[in-house]
Design a protein around this ligand. Sequence first.
Ligand code: PGA
Length: 252
Amino acid sequence: MRKKIIAGNWKMNMTPTEARDLLELLKPSLDTKDVDILFCVPAIDLLIAKELLAGTGIEVGAQNMYFEEKGAYTGEISAEMLVDAGVSYVILGHSERRGYFKEDDEMINKKVCKAFESGIIPILCCGESMEQREEGITLEFIRDQIVKDLAGVTKDQVARMIIAYEPIWAIGTGKNATSDQAEEVCAAIRKEIARLYDDDTAQSVRIQYGGSVKSNNAPELFTKANIDGALVGGASLRSEFIQIVNSAKENS
Ligand code: PGA
C-alpha cells in the first residue's frame, strides 16, 4: 500500500516573515501519521522551514534546482546546496518552469538525474494544455514527457520518486480535473512506468494529482486507486491545507 503524500507548492509566495507565521499556524494541526507531508518553499524560506519543522517528520522541498555541480550560473541553486540545507525533495518540470522559463525535457531530465545522484527525491511534474486535451492527445503527450524526463533513470530510483500529474488548464484556475479525469491519466502514467520498467516499480512510484486541489475536491480525488496524494498550490497558503491533509489520512 502506497502512503499518500501531500505537498504544498508555495510558488513565489511567502516572505521569510510570512513563511514563519504560516508554518507556526499550520504546524500544531499537522502530523505525519498515515500521510507524508511536504512543503516546497521558495529558496529563501528553506532554512526557516527546516528550523520550524524540525522534529515534526514534515519534510521540506525546493521548487527548482540547477543540474550543474557549481560555478558561474548566477541566480541558480545546486543540488549540493539543497542537501546541505537538509532539503529532501525538489519539484522539477513544473509547467510554470516549462512555460515561463523555457525548460525543456532535456534540461528537466538532467535535473532529475542530478537530484537522484545527490540523494534528493524529485517530484516530476507533467501535464497537458487544454488544446492538447481537446485534440485528444493527452495520454500520448504525457507518455512522451515521462519517457524523455526519465531517460537514464533506474528502476530503483523511479520506485522512490514522485510524479505529479498537473493538467496546465487546472493550475491556479479553480477548474480542477474531475476525479475520473485525474485517475485516467494517473493510471496511464503508472502503466507507462510498468512498460518502461516493471510492475513492481509501477506499484511503488507515488503519483500525485495537482491543479486547483481544494478541501472540497480532495476527498473524492483521494478515493481513486492511482492517486497517491496531491501537489497543492493556492490552498497550501492557508489553513485549508490541513483539511486536505486530513482527507488524505481518511483515505489512507
Ligand atoms: P494550484 O497549483 O493548486 O494553485 O492550482 C498547483 C500547482 O501548480 O502545483
